[in-house]
Ligand binder design. Sequence first.
Ligand SMILES: *Cc1c(COP(=O)(O)O)cnc(C)c1O
Length: 226
Amino acid sequence: MISENIDSVLNRIRRAEKQFNRSKEAVKLLAVSKKCSIEQIIAAHEAGLQDYGESYLQEAQVKITALAKYPLTWHFIGPVQSNKTKDISACFDWVHSIDRLKIAQRLNEQRPAGLNPLNVCIQVNVSNERTKSGVLLEALPDLVAAVSQLSALRLRGLMTIPAPSTDFDAQRIPYRKLYEAFQALRDAGYNLDTLSMGMSKDLEAAIAEGATMVRIGSMLFGERAR
Ligand SMILES: *Cc1c(COP(=O)(O)O)cnc(C)c1O
């Protein structure tokens, strides 16, 4: 069951890469395992997936501990609260959701010695909705400059969660904006390689606009209980 879902998601990714002139395997699949069981993650791992995204620290800590013997890469993709940075910095390989300097500084200070630098993406609010998390585009260059100085972090790129839309052309707009910001930063000399964008319902639009990592939950593991 999970392996069939993985096949169909990978087929969608590979088809979109081809359709939108991306290189083969330019796009990595991040399995969003929030609200999934440990057994489901083991099944997905046996079917070939290595990267898992979690949004809730306590739930993730239980899974990371239980699955410590598996060679999995853990990505924190939820909002980061100040009082959670110590545990997040100790447990995870990646954080996709940095949206202010204070959080980045805390993760940097609290990254345990002996671990590789924490891979981070800056979450950008491209559609300017006041309720959404993410740094606004106009504040992005300053945040990138500051985060790139933190030696226990490795700034990999940008992430966004756009307002949902069912229209393909509308889905592409925020992703194109994030891509343009990403390219501008690369042109300015930042060595960024990750555009974390695209979910179950809009991964083609994200791949069309340059995603390098799509974050897929419900298409792999089924709809989550609310
Ligand atoms: C839950 C979640 C996803 C996965 O969404 P699906 O629609 O289930 O694929 C992706 N990114 C983030 C940040 C999420 O919280």
